[in-house]
Design a protein around this ligand. Structure first.
Ligand code: ZN
Length: 338
């Protein structure tokens, strides 16, 4: 068997290739001194017998939780599908995935989504006269007129959280099909952490958490760029889309009271106090969240006094489902706000 992991958005370390047993030992990549969660690689079994791959260090992952070991995706013929339960096994600290004879495909914790996917998507929408695309430090999609209130949307500050890009694609489709741009001005940045997305990082790039760098003196150039962009518009809503590694449900956190309990299928949770967040961080993820550095949502809310919304999609959700959720979410948000 052969592993390929040299393309955009791939992420895995190869420990040992045991040709005789037709098995390969792999490991989650380390980032910022700890094992990450996201993994992605292509497997080619050119043998006429079944093969096995083992992914080590699952329990040493910063994001490990016994209830959050998800069935990964397998992509053959351009379609992402969950791996079958009988192909998958967890024992000790490793995941085992059985590969059928002569089977080839891409294995990923969540469907891979890179700049190339975004560029392909842009080809399908750029013919509209009301859409402007700007290739800048990060790709910017502007829909509608600046004379209307602005809705500023970002995704992939954390590169491994690929489902947020699918959610944003769904939002854009909804903005176009439901003519939401007639009342609002949308500015979208579906891939903020361009380098991390290219190199297959999960949360950190060179030890930096983009979402915790907004109040830093010297944030990454992408965040600096977004902060300048924000100051040019009259922001009504700021929306930052993420995936949560642990929770089985999608949720929203926001200030303001324009909503009740949920928008579309997304539950609204009360804002976490820094203390609660710290405790949750320690207990659930075994990590200490730096409560002193502001997240994008906190920074923007304070500076622009707008409604600042954090969306956390469950890492256990699915690409097509997330597109639909994005589609319905933005429609309902705009409808309710009229
Ligand atoms: Zn995130």
């Amino acid at each position: 068997m052969k592993i390929i992991a040299d393309y955009d958005g791939s992420s895995i370390d190869i420990l040992k290739n045991n040709q005789e047993a037709n098995s390969i030992e792999l490991s989650l990549k380390k980032e910022n001194g700890k094992y990450s969660q996201y993994y992605n690689f292509i497997i080619e079994n050119n043998e006429s017998k079944e093969g096995s791959i083992f992914i080590h260090n699952i329990k040493l992952s910063k994001y490990y939780d016994k209830d959050s070991i998800y069935l990964p995706y397998f992509k053959t013929n351009q379609k992402w599908e969950r791996i079958k339960k009988e192909q998958f096994n967890v024992s000790g600290d490793k995941l085992q995935i059985r590969i059928a004879p002569m089977q080839k495909g891409e294995i990923s914790l969540v469907p891979r989504y890179t700049q190339e996917d975004l560029n392909k998507f842009i080809q399908t929408i750029k013919q509209h006269s009301f859409i402007k695309i700007k290739e800048d430090i990060v790709t910017k999609i502007e829909i509608g007129e600046q004379t209307n209130p602005s809705i500023f949307i970002i995704g992939r500050q954390h590169p491994g959280e690929t489902l947020s890009s699918f959610f944003i694609e769904g939002m854009i489709n909804s903005i176009i099909e439901n003519k939401l741009y007639e009342k609002y001005h949308f500015i979208l940045y579906p891939i903020v952490n361009t380098i991390g997305v290219k190199t297959g990082c999960h949360r950190y790039v060179n030890g930096i958490d983009f979402n915790r760098s907004w109040s830093n003196k010297n944030p990454p150039k992408e965040i600096k760029y977004l902060k300048e962009e924000l100051s040019a518009y009259n922001i009504k809503y700021f929306i930052d889309v993420h995936n949560d590694e642990i929770t089985p449900i999608d949720y929203i956190r926001a200030n303001g009271n324009f909503y009740k309990n949920q928008i579309a299928d997304l539950k609204i949770l009360k804002s976490m106090s820094p203390v609660y967040r710290l405790i949750r961080g320690i207990i659930k993820q075994g990590k200490i969240v730096d409560v002193h550095s502001k997240t994008a949502r906190e920074y923007v809310r304070k500076k622009y006094k707008c409604t600042s919304i954090l969306i956390e999609l469950s890492m256990n959700s699915e690409d097509v489902l997330c597109k639909n959720k994005g589609y319905n979410f933005i429609k309902e948000l705009c409808d309710k706000s009229r």
